[in-house]
Ligand binder design. Structure first.
Ligand code: HEM
Length: 347
């Protein structure tokens, strides 16, 4: 008896139906020809990076100890003593940075091609949730090292969340597990980082890709379809090549610029400058130049505009069909982000 028949006798599923569905949904999935250009297929990169984050995260958990006494020491042990520990940690750390970059590129491509237009508005909103979850994972992961920078960044980060109108105070206490940043905060951030956010992220990615498959990938606006090609083998092998390429980039970065461990956290010594990771610089500056509660309200309004952007844009397209509002808004948003981020990095 063949192995396949042996398994099917014990696990009696309709095998042919599963093959049929898989072929339709993945192997023969028709992809518009313009996706052969790399820039259009940027959504694959976050997918690959998240896979690396999960694998390296599991390896890090073998050694990481989530307690205020042991966390810093366990990260030092991983980095300096565990075989290939620096490499696994380097991939995880650089991976989180590349994940944000790849998400911004993916959003840029979706935004400038108006791929969020009807009927894909919901996938845009789910995409924003994926961005929020990814940033949440970065924020909670950063706090786990328990060095000076991470301790104080957690203090400032949770402080600014306390300035969110109406729910701020309760949110701050909930995130910190009390009024102050203590061992409770570390336990909570560890729980978010490891057990809550990753399954949510995976679930939403599945929904994101499911919706994408239901609609098929968006054709270029205002142009006749140039035809399609099947997902397998060309697109599939591009994803494989991209996976190895990303692994090579992450490994090179981990060797050339390995993440350090800094000084252990000291709640009694406030560093002169506390800066968050580069992708929060926009938030950091907004809260620096405005009173915190006003800054937070402005940021939340921006968030609301982003969520409803496909509908706002549609409204203006109907009113002023000749004006390409999304080009204008997209360019301003990218320039503001780049100028503020580079300014904070370089100055
Ligand atoms: C973990 C994060 C994400 C993953 C893994 C992901 C994955 C993908 C993939 C593989 C595609 C197919 C087309 C392509 O490769 O570009 C896609 C399309 C799309 N994504 Fe994402 N995405 C993520 C986050 C986002 C974000 C942050 C947004 C926007 C806020 C977004 C909005 C969209 C939209 C609207 C489409 C449909 C585009 C079309 O049909 O041409 N996604 N996503």
């Amino acid at each position: 008896m063949k192995i396949k028949d042996w398994i099917l006798e014990r696990f009696p599923i309709d095998y042919n139906r599963i093959v049929e569905v898989t072929e339709k949904a993945f192997i023969k999935e028709p992809i518009p020809l313009h996706y052969k250009k790399w820039f259009f297929a940027t959504g694959g990169a976050p997918l690959i990076l998240i896979m690396f984050q999960i694998i390296t995260g599991i390896f890090l958990m073998f050694y990481y100890v989530p307690s205020t006494e042991m966390a810093y020491e366990s990260v030092r042990h991983i980095t300096e003593e565990v075989r290939f520990g620096f490499w696994i940690r380097g991939i995880h750390k650089w991976g989180s940075n590349l994940l944000v970059i790849s998400l911004l590129l993916h959003m840029t491509r979706v935004f400038f091609t108006r791929a969020y237009r009807r009927p894909r508005e919901l996938n845009w909103i789910i995409g924003l949730m994926l961005l929020g979850l990814s940033l949440g994972l970065s924020l909670t992961g950063y706090s786990l090292i328990q060095n000076q920078v991470s301790y104080w960044a957690t203090t400032i980060g949770t402080n600014s969340m306390g300035a969110i109108p109406l729910i701020g105070d309760s949110l701050l206490t909930f995130l910190r597990g009390g009024e102050e940043v203590t061992g409770n905060t570390l336990t909570r951030f560890f729980t978010f980082h490891v057990t809550l956010l990753p399954p949510l992220l995976i679930l939403l990615i599945v929904v994101h890709i499911f919706i994408l498959r239901l609609h098929g990938m968006a054709e270029l606006e205002g142009r006749e379809s140039e035809g399609t090609y099947a997902f397998y083998p060309e697109h599939f092998f591009k994803v494989v090549i991209m996976t190895f390429f990303i692994l090579a980039v992450l490994s090179t970065l981990s060797v050339i610029l390995p993440p350090g461990i800094g000084e252990p956290a000291d709640p009694s010594v406030t560093p002169s400058i506390i800066k968050p990771e580069w992708y929060f610089f926009l938030v950091y500056i907004a809260l620096k130049i405005m009173p915190m509660n006003i800054g937070m309200s402005v940021l939340m309004m921006l968030g609301v505009v982003m969520v409803f952007w496909p509908f706002i844009d549609e409204f203006f397209v109907k009113k002023m069909p000749k004006v390409r509002l999304h080009y204008f808004v997209g360019t301003i948003a990218i320039l503001t982000f780049l100028v503020i981020t580079l300014w904070e990095i370089l100055v």
